[in-house]
Design a protein around this ligand. Sequence first.
Ligand code: ZN
Length: 139
Amino acid sequence: MNDRDLYPESWEAISARIRFGRAGGRCEQCGIPHGTFGYRDQQGHFHSLVQVFAAMLQGINPFEGDLAGVEPGKPTQIFLQCAHKDGNKSNCTDENLISVCPKCHFDMDRPGQPPARSYGRRYRLHQYDLFHSPSDEAR
Ligand SMILES: [Zn+2]
């Protein structure tokens, strides 16, 4: 039995209903909207492209501040996930499901633990460049 066998057949519909119906297309932990482009700093804070451009218009170079070391040409796009609060993938009651961004999902799986270097490696799997459509991942 692999992980996928634990999910109900209607998982895609359930997941979409939680993420875009109940949660209104936002992370239910941090509130970030699905599809937002931006950058995650070393502390895990997200800076949307709108915030970055706003800073630049004020003459601030965000890539010399919180975002030092981040590649400006490679923003991340937030792609919401539907997570199981109790970690049991076959428990798909509404109360057990939550719409989360990849960062909040990662933190949920490691409660009470400080940010780990492995977060960066795993998180990069969810990064896109400007020419990669999020719909590519859904296929
Ligand atoms: Zn979040």
